[in-house]
Design a protein around this ligand. Structure first.
Ligand SMILES: Nc1nc2c(ncn2[C@@H]2O[C@H](COP(=O)(O)OP(=O)(O)OP(=O)(O)O)[C@@H](O)[C@H]2O)c(=O)[nH]1
Length: 280
């Protein structure tokens, strides 16, 4: 509706129209205001809901941040503990490695002590028998044999009685050296006990073994061991026997021992090779 007065016929109807129009405008304004109030209420509700949600979200965020902080602290502490444990483990590992090395050295030393006769430097009886067993199996595979020497220093009791036990020890030591130097590296020499020695000569024929034994006998006879203002002398008796096939080593040792007994009986300072007693 227009408010232009030129478009109306009478003053009254114009006044009525104006009143009506004002009323309608007022109505419209009121309706718009009410609408706006409603919208404002809705906006306010929305803001309130958002604020509530934000408050909840904020609290949750704060809670999560606190948890995260605590977790970070715990992780940091756990990390420190793990680092300390790793360092402890490293030290333990180092200590273990050192201990293993120490034990290996000890084991090596024990094996050396068990295998080498401390006085004479040749092998111990037990070790010779161990080596012999292994050697015998090896030679059997190749169809080869070896020769056993049983050796005994002559009248050793007299040396001890005349010069004392220390002099006897010195001669035992000297004989150990003579024995080692007169044999090949592949031969096995040992102290059987007291003043008795044995040697195994693998892959050696009887003739060669006899020559080796004779040479050792001569070297022993010629040897002089300085002792105080004088010198010590010694001789050795040697019995030889061949080890054949699969026979137990003890049997061959026993034959070499018989030959040694013969060497002693025949006057000592000599080599005797075992030969079976002639059948009657
Ligand atoms: N010094 C010393 N003497 C030892 C050792 N082992 C054994 N004997 C001595 O060697 C001597 C061996 O004496 P016997 O068995 O009678 O033999 P032997 O006097 O050599 O006489 P035959 O063997 O018949 O020539 C004993 O007096 C033992 O005490 C040792 O390690 N050191």
């Amino acid at each position: 509706m227009s408010l232009d007065p030129l478009q109306h016929d009478s003053e009254d109807s114009r006044a009525d129209d104006e009143v009506f129009s004002l009323y309608a405008q007022e109505e419209a304004v009121i309706r718009r205001a009410e609408g706006m109030i409603e919208q404002l209420d809705m906006v306010s509700d929305g803001v309130k809901t958002l604020a509530d949600a934000y408050r909840i979200g904020y609290r949750e965020t704060v809670r999560l941040v606190r948890i995260s902080d605590r977790m970070q602290l715990e992780l940091h502490q756990a990390n420190r503990i793990l680092s300390a444990q790793a360092e402890d483990l490293k030290q333990l590992n180092d200590a273990l490695r050192k201990e293993i090395k120490r034990r290996e050295r000890l084991e090596h030393e024990l094996r050396r002590i068990a295998s080498i006769d401390a006085l004479t430097g040749v092998h111990t009886r037990r070790y010779v028998l161990e080596l012999a067993e292994y050697e015998q199996r090896r030679l059997m595979r190749h169809g080869k044999g070896f020769v056993v020497f049983m050796m005994d220093l002559d009248h050793f009791k007299r040396i001890n009685d005349q010069f004392g036990h220390a002099a006897g020890d010195q001669l035992l030591q000297d004989f150990g050296q003579l024995l080692r130097s007169s044999l090949r590296k592949s031969d096995i020499a040992g102290r059987f006990g007291g003043e008795e020695f044995l040697a195994l000569l693998p892959e050696t024929d009887l003739g060669t073994a006899e020559a080796v034994a004779e040479r050792l006998c001569e070297q022993t006879r010629a040897f002089r061991s300085p002792w105080k203002e004088t010198h010590l002398r010694m001789t050795v008796s040697i019995g030889l026997a061949e080890v054949g096939g699969e026979e137990p080593l003890e049997r061959a040792i026993s034959r070499a021992d018989q030959a040694l007994y013969e060497a002693k009986s025949a006057g000592r300072d000599r080599v005797v090779t075992y030969s079976p007693a002639p059948a009657r």
